[in-house]
Ligand binder design. Structure first.
Ligand SMILES: Nc1ncnc2c1ncn2[C@@H]1O[C@H](COP(=O)(O)OP(=O)(O)O)[C@@H](O)[C@H]1O
Ligand SMILES: [Mg+2]
Length: 361
């Protein structure tokens, strides 16, 4: 929402809608004869075979996913699984061997070089793991960098940048240099720079992975707070499931260039579909992810609704806490409209919190 910035500024973009991203049957093969091998890969040739027989690297294989407008989508997977490659297809830094990258229906792959440059500049902004700040520029000068390139006068760009520098908590640091800042503060500058561009799509490649654990959680909070007012389409890469669960409205798990599983965090934690996902999920604190609505059961006809009422999106951890202080050990789970939907007992909660993920059938 550009009206967070003073309204006397020219809008960075006259088209204010936030786009969604649809990726359709995307393949990326690295190597000199990539196109020649795409049919073999489509017919099932593995990454190992492609490499052994033809010396080509399979970066991505048959990726299809919708990254919803105005939401945070997280791409997760081990190192080398194809996360950065997928992200770079979204702003056309990498062109696929086959497939489509649709931004509100327009295929990035089919854009002319000029269209692509304009799209990248006005619609997308990136935040990198290593911050990528310019060392000889101050915080303010780094923040306005993207607008400098667009030829926006400093008078306007500094006003926009000041707003975002303040919003990421760096007021008073405008004239410092990156080397005078901690890692966490440098990444706040990276974020302020990306936000100053006022692009509706924000691409974040392991943006918090280099930070100390506590700083990292702080930055997640900063991003979530900002997103409440921004409603941007954010694509966030991580190899950490806790981070993915905290940030992601949707999570796409990659393995060796393929989608291993995708869905909401809760769906993935409750129903991991293979051993790769199960290995990630095993370490998760289920009490913070699973919601009452996912474990409720029907009330027996003769029974009264328990006195403690909680909304269906209450986490198990929160519900357990409330139940400990309540007279009974049952809770009435409410629908979004506030209607009683079912009941959950303290024992159900404990069982679900302690359960290890189910084996897929
Ligand atoms: N420019 C390139 N040339 C050849 N292989 C590449 C290139 N970029 C990435 N790859 C390969 O593609 C796979 C995915 O890489 P990447 O997207 O960087 O993974 P991640 O970000 O998940 O760590 C890896 O096997 C990597 O070696
Ligand atoms: Mg990467």
């Amino acid at each position: 929402m550009s009206d967070q910035i003073q309204t006397d500024l020219p809008p960075a973009d006259d088209d204010d809608t936030v786009p969604g991203i649809q990726i359709r049957n995307l393949y990326k093969i690295f190597g000199p004869d990539a196109a020649k091998h795409v049919e073999a890969v489509k017919a099932g040739m593995t990454k190992a075979d492609l490499n052994r027989k033809h010396g080509h690297t399979l970066g991505l294989s048959d990726i299809s996913t919708d990254l919803p407008a105005g939401k945070i989508s997280v791409i997760m997977g081990l190192s080398g699984s194809g996360k950065s490659t997928l992200l770079r297809h979204i702003n056309g830094l990498i062109m696929p061997t086959a497939g489509e990258v649709l931004i509100d229906g327009q295929d990035v792959v089919k854009m002319s070089p000029e269209e692509l440059r304009a799209f990248r500049r006005h619609k997308t902004a990136m935040v990198f793991q290593k911050f990528a700040l310019l060392p000889h520029r101050t915080v303010m000068e780094n923040a306005v960098y993207g607008l400098d390139i667009q030829g926006i006068p400093r008078e306007d760009s500094t006003r926009r940048a000041r707003h975002w520098i303040e919003r990421v908590g760096l007021k008073g640091y405008e004239d410092r240099y990156p080397s005078q800042l901690s890692g966490g503060m440098q990444q706040r500058v990276g974020l302020a720079r990306a936000l100053t561009n006022d692009a509706p799509i924000l691409l974040m490649d392991e943006a918090f992975s280099a930070l100390d654990p506590l700083i990292r959680v702080d930055m997640q909070t900063v991003l979530l707070d900002l997103q409440k007012e921004l409603g941007k389409t954010i694509v966030f890469i991580t190899h950490d499931l806790d981070e993915a669960l905290r940030l992601g409205d949707k999570i796409v798990i990659l393995r060796a260039g393929e989608i291993s599983q995708q869905g909401t965090g809760e769906e993935i934690v409750l129903n991991p579909q293979n051993d790769y996902v199960r290995a990630f999920v095993k370490e998760v604190n289920r009490g913070r992810v699973v919601r009452l609505r996912s474990i409720l059961r029907r009330k027996a006809d003769a029974m009264d609704w328990p006195a403690l009422h909680l909304p269906g999106n209450t986490t198990l951890e929160e519900a357990a806490q409330r139940l400990i202080d309540a007279p009974g050990d049952l809770v009435t789970v409410l629908s979004r409209q506030g209607q009683p939907r079912g009941i959950v007992g303290l024992e159900d909660i404990m069982r679900s919190m302690l359960a290890s993920p189910k084996k897929a059938a």
